[in-house]
Ligand binder design. Structure first.
Ligand code: PMV
Length: 347
């Protein structure tokens, strides 16, 4: 077999409403189920030029944001050893990867979710040509993405994706994310304004953060809480209940950071500005009655979620705030990856 081609996809990041934080023994098995909203604007763009020839030596070269990245090459190679079970042709593929994001680094937007899912889309596209099939096995795609980065499993789906076994949703599994379909129109077009208060790279990777949950004294309580919050959130999404949505979203953001702080070594990612913004948002919400709910990833920046209809008012509140910010990044509910280029020839 000898095939050559070029394939390109974009894939969005996502923001978790119920957080994945901590693993179970095994290969990327989450400690608790999580649920996220897929984003529309913040994306990774990946192009793979490939040549697959039986018995050739495998090789990979990655250019990320214009620069060769040996770190990403090593990360992808580790991932390939796991997924060559599905894509055995990786053992004799020559790959040239170019990838970039349209959002700034360290902006509180999960770039591993968009980056790994966009790479999974490209590999699956190549697999279709090699095996001559035209399936669109979204479970397999999500599974492959998960093996690269847990949160990436949720980026291949939109608008809401649930990953991890949860008793309250029959099709849920630890192997891949599934779409949560029962969403009231209130939540089908949410805006997410990311309030950037800090641009410094994180002092600790999420991989190390997950492993700190192993010895966390609140581990069992967290598993219970995440399941309970997920149950409430699924109800809120279905019924269009903003109050419950807001309650869970904020409880999860604060709990994530509380778990980090209570881990060995006391991981503190919040900045003074983060806390000031939270107080400001809560005060303004009480004053105006506007529906807005904040969340955070493993970082200092804030995602402020609200229905599209109140965008002007919310932005007015953010812009007149005395609390400083570096930037506001605008995003909203999205659908998932998109194909951009797919050309190949059999030799
Ligand atoms: O997928 P990872 O290993 O980068 O972990 C993501 C962890 C959080 O973003 C903090 C939460 C989540 O569920 O996305």
């Amino acid at each position: 077999m000898h095939i050559k081609g070029k394939i390109s996809y974009s894939s969005p990041s996502n923001i978790a409403l119920v957080k994945y934080w901590g693993k179970e023994p095994g290969d990327q098995i989450p400690m608790n189920p999580s649920l996220s909203m897929t984003l529309r604007e913040c994306k990774s763009f990946t192009t793979v030029e490939y040549e697959v020839k039986t018995d050739a030596e495998p090789s990979i070269e990655v250019v990320f944001e214009g620069k060769r990245s040996i770190d990403i090459e090593a990360k992808l190679q580790r991932w390939f050893t796991k997924i060559s079970y599905f894509f055995s042709w990786l053992n004799y593929a020559t790959l040239k990867v170019e990838s970039h994001n349209n959002f700034p680094h360290s902006a509180g937007i999960a770039s591993s979710a968009s980056g790994m899912s966009t790479m999974a889309m490209c590999l699956y596209g190549i697999d279709k040509h090699i095996k001559k099939h035209n399936e669109n096995d979204i479970n397999l795609l999500s599974n492959i993405s998960r093996l690269g980065s847990g949160s990436a499993s949720r980026s291949v789906l939109g608008p809401y994706a649930l990953w991890g076994r949860f008793d309250g949703f029959e099709n849920s599994t630890n192997d891949y994310a599934v779409r949560y379909p029962y969403v009231h129109e209130t939540f089908l077009d949410l805006h997410d304004t990311i309030i950037v208060v800090d641009k410094e790279p994180k002092k600790i990777s999420s991989r190390d953060g997950h492993s700190l949950m192993e010895g966390n004294p609140y581990r069992q309580a967290r598993i219970f809480q995440a399941n309970k919050n997920l149950e409430t959130l699924l109800y809120a999404l279905k019924e269009g209940n903003w109050e419950k949505f807001q309650h869970v979203t904020e409880s999860e953001a604060l709990s994530l950071h509380a778990l980090m702080m209570s881990s060995e070594g006391g991981m503190l990612l919040l900045k003074g500005g983060t806390v000031d913004w939270i107080h400001y948002i809560r005060n303004k919400r009480e004053e105006t009655g506007l529906p807005m709910a904040f969340t955070m990833d493993a970082g200092a920046n804030i995602h402020l979620l609200y229905p599209a209809g109140v965008h002007e008012q919310v932005m007015g509140i953010l812009e007149e705030s005395p609390v400083p910010s570096i930037d506001f990044i605008q995003d909203s509910t999205g659908k998932g990856p998109e194909k951009m280029i797919d050309e190949y020839e059999e030799i």
